[in-house]
Design a protein around this ligand. Structure first.
Ligand code: GLC
Length: 553
């Protein structure tokens, strides 16, 4: 299992309210205890933090808010001693506008080699006063910004698919390619186990930057009947990844390249993990699937098929720093259209139901073959902060969407470690860059450790069993329904709201229906997402519960 650490919210060693590298190093034992194999660190590079570090000003320097290069080395060293591998984030689609290259591009003027590292274009209209095309920023508003030339006149425009402080690089320019190959080597030489590649589907834009009027989303894929936007999933990205594959192959040990690519359908996504390209690609279909047996079954089957065809492992993920935490998502009606961020005056989730379903969804996920990703805090059952005051929000989405979309701050709130400490033990003092809800006292790690049936102990037990039974490397077989226990590999009586499968010797049953169901006679429960009841030797599985069992006979 790969655990995502969002550095600014994991652990704060110096009390400034922002998490840092020494904070992570100090808590690595927690990850070992939980059963983590590898961690992925979101960016900690020098950055003005306009998009929480996804706006990098220098890819080889550590932002002082997170620490120093010596702190990175100490983290890598301790992780290696503890048997944890460390994957870092690489942000190649754009730099910060405070990157030396972009500053030089602004100074050097139209037509210069410096400008060719980015996507500068003349504007339309008589005086170039209109943006070069109609592309929109993922965070809202136009994707173009006009610059003032050094003589003070209104000048060219540059493309930013994200914030105005995140100019897109020109990946047709060989200098950009060479620079990123060098950055890869820089971090591989320092001992990282690989990279999570940010916006891996966005590096190449269609020639001529043709207009595309449709509203687009990073996180929702595209509707089937719409043409692919000219900035996502263009053929040219694959050549870049073949080059990166060759680089990581030169290094000892297993080094992995993981794509963050919001690409549909699964077959199209699988092209990123062909044998000579990247090793894994986040499979967001599982994350986007509603709480429905039919939907989950289809997503699981299609995901496995698509990656099997190219010989790569599939991946599973339910939460990350860009989406509503799954304990909150599942607290709304299945299939409900959810907002990008929730505020106090929005409809609120059913927190109890959400957590119950989240735990069941997690146990299902951790039983599947492939690589599982867990986002910090989900092992505590953390919900989204759904009542955060708007004036503390930091995600540029809130501002750029003209206060239409609250954005992603609700899933980025600092982690509660100790129920009774200031900032719940996130830092030594009370400071926390985003406020923590009062209810988080009960979610704190120390309130759950050693408590049977707590979310933390369920995750921990699941990860131990997942390792012991090698479920990640296993293979899935659906168990079809038939009545009266297990007969010739079949069980029955459960109807369409039940998912039943085996992975090796582990039998998994998820009850997504409204009625309790019975486990096949003679099965030995290994783990359940809630405490189960048993009467006359029959184990009953209530609604919204997943069970792992061993079948006898
Ligand atoms: C990715 C990151 C997200 C960031 C965006 C722009 O989607 O996960 O947090 O805002 O890229 O870099």
């Amino acid at each position: 299992m790969i655990y995502q650490v969002y550095p600014r919210s994991f652990a704060d060693s110096d009390g400034d309210g922002v998490g840092d590298l020494p904070g992570i190093t100090g808590r690595l034992e927690h990850l070992v205890d939980l059963g983590v194999d590898a961690l992925w660190l979101s960016p900690f590079y020098l950055s003005p933090q306009a998009d929480a570090g996804y706006d990098v000003a220098d890819y080889r320097t550590i932002d002082p808010v997170f620490g120093t290069m010596a702190d990175v080395d100490a983290l890598l060293h301790k992780a290696s001693r503890l048997g944890l591998r460390v994957i870092v984030d690489l942000v190649p689609n754009h730099t910060s506008d405070e990157h030396a290259w972009f500053r030089a591009a602004l100074q050097s003027g139209p037509g210069s080699p410096e400008r060719d590292l980015y996507l500068f274009r003349d504007g339309l209209g008589e005086h170039g006063e209109q943006p070069p095309n109609d592309w929109k920023s993922v965070f809202g508003g136009t994707a173009w910004q006009r610059v003032t030339e050094s003589d003070g006149t209104a000048g060219q425009w540059y493309l930013h698919l994200f914030d105005v402080k995140q100019p897109d690089l020109n990946w047709q320019n060989p200098k950009v390619r060479a620079e990123f190959e060098s950055i890869l080597r820089f971090w591989l030489d320092r001992g990282v186990a690989g990279f999570r590649i940010d916006v891996a589907h966005g590096l190449i834009k269609a020639p001529g930057l043709p207009s595309y009027s449709a509203e687009h989303h990073l996180l929702h894929g595209n509707e089937e009947d719409r043409p692919r936007p000219p900035y996502w999933d263009q053929e040219g990205v694959h050549e870049i990844y073949r080059g990166w594959h060759r680089i990581v192959e030169e290094y000892e040990g297993d080094r992995v390249l993981v794509a963050e690519a919001w690409v549909e359908p699964a077959q199209r996504l699988a092209r990123y993990v062909r044998p000579d390209e990247l090793h894994q690609s986040f499979n967001f279909d599982y994350l986007l699937a509603p709480w429905s047996a039919a939907a989950l079954r289809e997503v699981v089957t299609e995901s496995l098929q698509a990656t099997d065809e190219v010989g790569a492992p599939t991946t599973w993920v339910l939460s990350n720093h860009d989406v509503l935490r799954h304990a909150t998502r599942f607290g709304f009606a299945p299939g409900a259209v959810l907002p990008n961020g929730i505020g106090a005056d929005d409809p609120q989730p059913d927190a109890e139901l959400g957590l119950r379903r989240a735990r069941a969804a997690t146990l299902l996920m951790l039983a599947l073959p492939g690589a599982a990703y867990v986002y910090q805090g989900e092992e505590l059952g953390l919900p989204e902060h759904t009542t955060m005051p708007d004036d503390v929000r930091q995600d540029p989405t809130w501002r750029r969407s003209g206060h239409q979309h609250r954005g992603r701050d609700g899933c980025r709130v600092p982690i509660p470690w100790q129920g009774d400490a200031p900032s719940y033990g996130f830092g030594p003092g009370p400071r926390s860059w985003l406020p923590q809800p009062a209810s988080w006292r009960h979610y704190a790690l120390d309130a759950q450790q050693g408590v049977p049936g707590s979310t933390y102990e369920v995750y921990r037990a699941a990860l131990r069993l997942r390792r012991a039974h090698a479920l990640g490397a296993g293979s899935l077989a659906w168990v079809e329904g038939r009545v009266d226990g297990l007969v010739d590999g079949q069980v029955d009586g459960w109807g369409p709201d039940v998912l039943a499968l085996t992975n090796g010797e582990v039998f998994v049953l998820a009850n997504l229906g409204g009625e309790p169901i019975e486990l096949p006679e003679g099965s030995v429960v290994l783990l359940a997402s809630q405490l189960l009841t048993q009467a006359d030797g029959v184990v009953s599985v209530p609604p919204d519960v997943t069970v792992w069992a061993r079948l006898s006979g």
